[in-house]
Each structure stands twice: as C-alpha cells, then as structure tokens.
Write a protein that binds this ligand. Sequence first.
Ligand code: AMP
Ligand code: MG
Length: 698
Amino acid sequence: MRRFDTVIVVDWSGGNDTGAAPRKDAIWVCAAQSGQAEDPVYLRNRQDAETWLSGRIAQERQKGHRVLVGFDFAFAYPSGFAEALLGSDDPVNPLDVWAHLADAIADMPERNNRFDLAGDINRGLGQGKGPFWGNALQRDIVGLPRTKQDYANPFPERRTCEARAKGSFTCWQLAGAGAVGSQTLMGLPVLHRLRERFGMDVTVWPFEPLGGPVAFVEIWPSLVLGSAPDGEIRDAWQVREMAIRISALSAEALRQITTIESPEARREGWIFGLGHEELLQQTPLVPPPLRNDCFALPAGVDWIPVDDAIAHLRAAVSVQATEITDAVLHEAVGRVLAEDVQARTANPPYPNTAVDGYGFAGAMPEGPHVLPLVQTRAAAGDAPTPVPAGHAVRILTGAVLPAGVETVVLQEDVTSDGNSVAFNGPIRQGANTRKAGEDVQAGETILTAGRVLTPADIALAAATGHPYLPVRRKLRVGVISTGSELREPGTQNMAPGLIHDANRPMLLTLLAEWGFEPVDLGTVEDDRERLRARFDEGASRTDAILTSGGASAGDEDHVSALLRAAGAMQMWRIAVKPGRPLALGMWDGVPVFGLPGNPVAALVCAFIFARPALGVMAGRSWQPPQAYDLPARFSKTKKPGRREYLRARVRDGGVEVFSSEGSGRISGLSWAEGLVELPDGAAEVRPGDPVRYLPFRS
Ligand code: AMP
Ligand code: MG
C-alpha cells in the first residue's frame, strides 16, 4: 500500500453553527505530512467545512499529492438498513445511501431537518419506534422516540466493527450524552458531494479498495487516544494527534490496517485501525520532511538570524523571467542582460590619432626636425590616403592613421608654413596614437549575463557593433495591501479608524525603481475568502507577490493564515527590527512576501529581503544592498537578539539617524536616504564610531 502524502483528519459535528471563536464540540480539521502536523483549523459549521475540505483536496491534487481524509463518523449503518431504506431485495452499495441522504437532508448553519427525517424513516421502517431515537428539539416529532423507553429497532443495534470497538456509540442515537447519530446523518451528504466533485479520484474505504489519489476513511480517535492534555481543546488535540499518527504510518502498516477479514466491512464499513490499534498507539518521532516548498525551514526553528533567513531565501529562489527578447539599445537600459555579449567589432576598430597634430612614420631622435607636408589632410571619418616616407600629414583627433603614419606630434609642438612642419625630438614611435583593439578586441566578452544594463553598458555595446541586446522580460511583481482600515489616498470624510493606504503606492513605485514591472493588485479587507481570490488572481498574473499587513498571527492576520493553510508557509520569525513578522510562502507556485503592515517595517523588509530575491527571479545575480562604513553622528545602545535598521542619511561625511524609532513614522522614512544596520549582538555606538550605512539607492 503506497503511503499518502497528506493526511487530513476531521472531527465532525452534527449540530448547528458554533460561532466565530474556536471551541470544543465543533468541527476541527488538521492536516499532516509524514508525521508533521499543521495547526488544527476550527470550522464553525458544515458549510465552511465542506468548502475548506473541497479547497484543500483540490490543492493537494494540484500538487500531485495522494491524500487520505479521515472522518469520525460511521460511513454506513448496521446490516439491512440500506436495503430497507432504498426498498431493495438485493444488497445495496452503502454509497447509494449517501446519495439518498444527500437528497433528503436540508442543512443550513442555524437549522436542519435531521430529526424530521429520522422520524420519517422510523415511520416508514419501524412503526415509528426506531431505528433512530433521541430528539434535541423542543417540539415532538411523530415517530421519533425521545428515549429508549418506547423504542424498537428492526435492525442490529451496532455494526460489527462497533461491537468490537469498546466504548463506541451507536449511530441510531441522535441526541443526548455521547450521541453520534447526528454526525453520520449530517456527514454522509457532505461526503457524497465531495465524492461527486472529485469523481474517480476518490475511493471510499472499505467499500472500495484504497487505491486512488484521494481516500476517505472512517476513524474513531477514542480507539487509540486517551484524554487530551490540560488546557487543550479536546477535538483540536484529537485531530492533530490522529493526523500525525496516520501520516506517519509505513506502507506496511497501512497494508495491515486496510486488510480486513470481516465480511461485514463491505456493507457496514469499518473503523480505520480497528484490530491494529498498536500501530496507532503512539505519537511517532519522525524526522522532518524534505519539502520542495521553497520557503520551508527546518522544523523547530524559532527566531532566525537575518543572515540565515537571507541565505535560505537565496538558496530557494531561481530565475523566473525566462523569456528573452532583443531590445534596441535605448530600451535595454535598466533591463537584465540575458546572455553574455561579445564585441562584434574592436574598439577602436582602426589605429587612430588621439590628438590634433601631424603624423609621420617611426620615431624621431632628439633635436630639431623639418618634414615636408603632403597636401591631403586626415580627419575623423576620412578614408586614409597613404603618406610617402619622409613626409608628414596634417591629422585630426579620431582620424584613422594612414599607411606610412605611426606617430603623431601635437599641433602645439610644431610650427608650420603650410608646406612643411618643424618640431623638436625626441618623439617615440606611436606617440599620441591609439592602437586598434587597445580598448576591446573583437570577440572579447564585454558584458556578462545577469547585469542590469547601465547607460555606459549601452555605450560599450554600441561601440562594439550591437544594435540590440538580449534582455529578459521584466519580472512581474504584484502588490496587495491588506487591512479593513485602508482607503485609497485622497478619500474624503474618513470615518474614525480608517487610514490611507500608504504601502501600496510605496511598494509599487519601489518595484518600478528597482527595475521590476509592478502589478497593482489593489487592497483587500481582512476577509480570508477575498484575499484567497486575490491571491489566485495574483498568482495567475505575476511572478511574485508582495503583500503588506496581516502577516503575524492575530485574528485578522489572514495572509499568514492562508499561506499556512496552503501548506506552504513558513512563519519567519526573523530576528529583525523593525520587521517581524515577515511571512514567506508559496501560493500556486508563486512566492509571496508577506510584509508587515507598518510602512517602515514594510520598506525595510522589502529592501533587505524581497529586493535581492526578486532580483534573482528576474535573472540578476544575487545583489545584497550595498553597504559603507561611515562615522556615526549619533549615540545608541542596542540590546542583543536581533539585527536593527535605523532610518538614516549621510551629512557632512557622517551618518545621522531619525530621532524617533517608531515604526509607524512615515515622515522619518521620507527623511531618510538609507538605513544604518546594527549587528545582531549588543552594540554601543558613540559619535565617530564606524557604522554600516546602506543607501536606498545603491
Ligand atoms: P498589520 O500588520 O496588518 O497588523 O498592520 C500593522 C499596522 O500597519 C497597523 O497599524 C495598520 O493599520 C498599518 N498598516 C497596514 N497596512 C497599511 C498600509 N497599506 N498603509 C499604511 N498603514 C498600514
Ligand atoms: Mg491588518
């Protein structure tokens, strides 16, 4: 039995919406891979749960993962019920009961018809006395006994597997302490729809062999788990434990668990692990998975030094802007050169004169010399006319040296009557001339791939014969601001609590300044589904996404929550000030830099982390910000623990820093022209001490 890449365990609920705050006796799910669990997710009602499961399964499939989903309710009823319910003389596939219930159950977050349906079934099959019992409603329901006093069940009380699982409850009991009947009744319709959505991908064990890419199994945490540790929500703890244990099972253990002797299993279902409890009894200690998600960090990593985070980032990113075009020279400036470029022609292409003067052959010894002048003149651009031996020629800067000319004497050093020139030696051979190719030889590499082309590069390419240069397309980088408090700059009559969105304009313009193609993905309020949709849109249109806000772990921090739910988020608690938290993750294969909401922190993180990483994605070589040691014009005592960046600028040869360190102070950001970087450890800076200065424009 091949192992599953991802295991999702669901603790179901048959009741109504349980509210926004995570609580017990609600729906909880937890995903794990190879024994490493994500945080359990609280889902307040079945509608949310169905959406979550459907989305998560789709994501896993997109990644090509095999996924096993375990639900803590019975997948079928005791023998005979299915046939009676569907009025069939032949054995009925339990999955047909799923379809029947999906039709019959009406489910809304605040109300559903499960008790009425149970009453209907009882009246049809058991003279209104069973098989279902228990009623949590105020009103009586005809045919549904409230207690077991007047109860008669035409079917077995328990399934074969339940008879073997000590302490398990019967699926007929719909209300009262320990009742699980409602979960089954309200869960099977959801399973039916998930099965319909994923079609042939889904196999339901044990009715179908556990072969496909998505498997549904029935679990019962109490089979192997004791009581939850103090202070933990039981359901959350249970799904996590189960997910860890099932995801850590070996192929052989899976094979044993899913090989079932009992013939009833095909009709009544079976509890995953029943009969093999020892295989699930302990929380396994497993090594962390090798993830190919590029921001994954070793398990257990807590505060990460800036240098480590950068090294990790550097190893994780690769060039994305792979399309190459030939750009005409003036449009190539600022772009990333895609290939090494060789000179097509030498520079200079021909030997020529560096000065205005008179040219002749060879050297001249010490003493006075008089040479007759030829009547031609050599100027820049002229085709050269040979000069006879013993003669000189009037020659102007840039002119090609004619045959018979090797040396030039400066015009300031001669007297001439128009027919001859007189000057003093010595003059060495080749004086005041430039040799062909003395700057660049034809064929020599003039520019290397990965360079951001400067105007001087353009000159070099032009001089050596290039009308075009091969450049990469610009990296498309999306920008999203998150926060319900944000309004467009210029919005009038701002209600209390609202602020203007400063980060998006800042980041969009920064990206443009850095040579990327900024893509405005707008503002999203603190709403997970809207943000998810925006991420989807961004991932389809861009190579990378910068968000600001919502990156820590609070209630409204949906960026980190989404990235974590996508299974591709590493919360980087980077030891940096200002800056944490910085959430880095992948969305549909697109790196997302979840920058902090504070504009100062957003800029610092973008500058230190995003810029070099985006550069690599754009095809550049890794370029950390330039830094210079300059004398401080301030005092500062810094505690050890995290690297610190201060808003700074250079005046009179020294570095001054902004008076307030508050990370909401945008005025200080505008005041600054760069940052001072203080080391991770403790530091004591006095005026005159050297400090590291990182100019914004470097
Ligand atoms: P958050 O990271 O979402 O908790 O935001 C931290 C702080 O930054 C809060 O005071 C936010 O109001 C503020 N903030 C978040 N996004 C922006 C933005 N785009 N422009 C200006 N301030 C912001
Ligand atoms: Mg926010």
